[in-house]
Design a protein around this ligand. Structure first.
Ligand code: GTP
Ligand code: MG
Length: 195
């Protein structure tokens, strides 16, 4: 699947702009700057495909990528970023919530958590929304290259403890580094296995 073509389809700013729900879809959610766009680039092996940047709030639309003919990868705007005009932030957040709670072909949401920081209250809010929508989500730890093993273990323990309270959480965590390639093959295999 990941050796085939991948293309940017469109950026969506309102629910009526979503493409037809006619293929398997997975999305990447997470706080601003956690590494969503970088992860899509690493998965597809295409450096500039999803625009990544050190400026939080870089991705401001719901970006659809076609993976072959049968799948969409969806890059979401980050949440928990308050450094933009309030009206703008509220518009993204509403779109994000509507998308996460009302997309029939969305098979799994990957919730990205920074390996250094663990689960924050805004992450819990999104997870609760996913619980309410019965949307299976799976946590992907990002930037694993940035921490030492013992710090990582402490964060993983925090994450596992918090996930236990969320019925929609898929139990297996995936540890990744878009920089070093760690965990990327594992995540590709998970995405490929979804039907
Ligand atoms: P928004 O679109 O603003 O919500 O951010 P995002 O979640 O898409 O994050 P993005 O992929 O733009 O990455 C944010 C910053 O983190 C960039 O400077 C990336 O280079 C860096 N980054 C992302 N993944 C990794 C990683 O695995 N390791 C390291 N060291 N840096 C990373
Ligand atoms: Mg982004």
């Amino acid at each position: 699947l990941f050796s085939g073509p991948v293309d940017f389809l469109k950026g969506v700013v309102a629910m009526d702009g979503l493409p037809d729900a006619d293929r398997v879809e997975v999305c990447f959610a997470g706080r601003s700057n956690v590494g969503k766009s970088s992860l899509i680039n690493a998965l597809t092996n295409r450096k500039g495909l999803a625009r990544a940047s050190n400026t939080p709030g870089r991705t401001q639309e719901i970006n659809f990528f076609e993976l072959g003919e049968a799948r969409y990868l969806v890059d979401l705007p980050g949440y928990g970023y308050a450094n933009a005009p309030l009206a703008v932030v509220e518009k993204w957040q509403r779109l994000l919530k509507n998308y996460l709670s009302g997309r029939p072909n969305l098979r799994r949401a990957f919730v990205l958590i920074d390996s250094r920081h663990g689960i924050k209250p805004v992450d819990e809010e999104i997870m609760q929304l996913m619980n309410r929508s019965a949307l299976t989500f799976q946590v992907v730890m990002t930037k694993a290259d940035k921490i030492k093993d013992h710090e990582r273990d402490r964060v993983l323990e925090q994450v596992r403890g918090k996930l236990a309270k969320h019925p929609a959480a898929f139990p297996e965590l995936i540890l990744t580094s878009s920089e070093k390639g760690e965990g990327i093959a594992t995540l590709r295999a998970v995405i490929s296995s979804l039907e």
